[in-house]
Design a protein around this ligand. Structure first.
Ligand code: UGA
Length: 443
């Protein structure tokens, strides 16, 4: 099939590379000419395991191409995926200007029937707006051409996106058109060989499915973090509680890891957008607002723990941070708990020495050069002259730790673990003061 994908960001690139890899002919189009020039050479602007190899392979095979020529790209594909960003605007609702610009570009340049597919996370009702924008643009040029708009939300996790795309549990498609259903079946057939993964529904339900899925997952995280908070006060251990509840299949082990709050480009934005939409419909969503409030509080917990450890006097202290990305296997620092921590530490007069296997450049891009931030090339470099170590991201390489060596390196033997990576007894036996999340006896 011939497929066009608007937006060469995270979702667009993964979708394009994966669809090309199963034999479709794919053109990815973006307005950023520098990015497109680099992609044409196989240089991928984001860190995602396996993506660069997949892109380079399919570029070489000629099944994947990159362009800034929107008119030619519209002409190319029967399927026109919209995978551009929907950043939150001032009040937290999703900004649709990029999505609607693509819709108008399609209306302006199409010469025959097209299926326009919303892959970006967009508020319920957006497909209607895309439909209207295309129809208006077509009318403006006096063209009478048929097209359909459908919703096909993505459920990729950063760091595991290729696996999620190829082996995901479902492909949700919102449409009432038989023609669209046939085309979408053909598009995803290579992934449905073992099991039909397509779930067809009406457009609005598909749009809401995406928000509901992310809101549910974010709720699980805020729930466990809330219980962790109680565990700390009650002298219980959240890790034991997690085991105890996760073994009930109705609850399950997934997404109940306590931590320093959820970050990233999706959960914070989507929970907020759904909550704002609810309000605009006259409904105060007490639950969604609580999910946000708990997460906000949780992101502040790392600083509180460091501050408590030093009797609320952090002036002149040097704090080592391991892990800047909002989760492992990505360089993404959007809404990362590490940012909340660093900003609070600076505010309190402390210096930060940080190490992350992938996100140092991103951190430098965000904060630039500053006297109270040293970005380190190696994790041990971040410990040199530091008073305490805080772990913000559970990178695999942080899991094995020489606690004795750590105690000898740190000026005060304080380890704050935002991801509960270690056995408190072992850490404490090495002479460290260990502050984890929701582990009563470690506080
Ligand atoms: C999330 C969803 O998991 C995807 O299904 C969805 O497609 C995607 O958003 C999206 O809307 O595009 P992602 O943001 O990449 O994916 O990351 P997750 O792996 O879901 O993690 C999100 C945050 O939750 C991270 O900060 C992580 O540390 C935190 N988390 C996750 C916890 O604190 N505890 C957990 O048990 C799980």
């Amino acid at each position: 099939m011939r497929i066009t994908i608007f937006g060469s960001g995270y979702v667009g690139l993964v979708t394009g590379a994966c669809l090309a890899d199963v034999g479709h002919d794919v053109i990815c189009v973006d307005v950023d000419s520098d990015k497109i020039a680099r992609l044409k050479n196989g240089q991928v602007p984001i860190h995602e395991p396996g993506l660069e190899t997949l892109i380079q392979h399919n570029l070489a095979e000629g099944r994947l191409r990159f362009t800034t020529d929107a008119a030619a790209a519209v002409d190319f594909g029967l399927l026109q995926f919209i995978a551009v960003g929907t950043p939150p605007d001032e009040d937290g609702s999703a900004d649709l200007q990029y999505v609607l610009n693509v819709a108008r570009t399609i209306g302006m340049n199409m010469k025959d029937y097209k299926i326009v597919i919303n892959k970006s996370t967009v508020p319920v009702g957006t497909a209607d707006k895309v439909q209207a924008a295309i129809a208006e643009t077509l009318a403006g040029r006096g063209a009478e051409l048929a097209f359909d708009v459908c919703s096909n939300p993505e459920f990729l996790k950063e760091g595991a996106a290729i696996e999620d795309f190829s082996k995901g549990s479902r492909v949700v498609v919102g449409t009432d058109s038989e023609r669209v259903k046939r085309a979408m079946r053909e598009c995803y057939a290579p992934y449905s060989r073992l099991q039909d993964k397509l779930i067809f529904m009406d457009v609005r339900s598909a749009e809401l499915t995406k928000y509901a899925a992310n809101a549910m997952l974010a709720t699980k995280i805020s729930f466990i973090n809330e219980i962790a908070h109680l565990a700390e006060r009650m002298g219980a251990d959240i890790e034991q509680v997690r085991h105890g509840i996760g073994s009930d299949p109705r609850i399950g082990y997934h997404f109940i890891y306590p931590g320093c709050g959820y970050g990233g480009s999706c959960f914070p934005k989507d929970v907020q957008a759904l909550s704002r939409t609810a309000r605009s419909l006259g409904h105060e969503s007490a639950l969604l607002e609580a999910v946000e409030t708990v997460n906000h509080r949780q992101k502040g917990q790392l600083f509180n723990k460091v501050s408590n450890a030093f009797d609320h006097d952090l002036k002149g202290k040097t704090i080592a941070i391991w892990g800047l990305a909002f989760k492992p296997n990505t360089d993404d620092m959007r809404e990362a708990p590490s940012r909340t921590l660093m900003e609070a530490l600076w505010e309190a007069g402390a210096k930060v020495q940080a190490y992350d296997p992938e996100a140092s450049d991103e951190c430098h891009r965000i904060y630039g050069q500053r006297d109270d931030l040293r970005l380190c090339q190696h994790r041990n470099e971040a410990l040199e002259g530091a008073d305490a170590l805080v772990i913000c991201t559970e990178w695999k390489a942080f899991r094995a730790m020489d606690f004795e060596a750590l105690r000898e390196t740190l000026a005060s033997p304080v380890l704050v673990d935002g991801r509960n990576l270690f056995d408190p007894d072992i850490v404490k036996a090495a002479g460290l003061r260990y502050y984890a999340v929701g582990r009563g006896d470690s506080v």
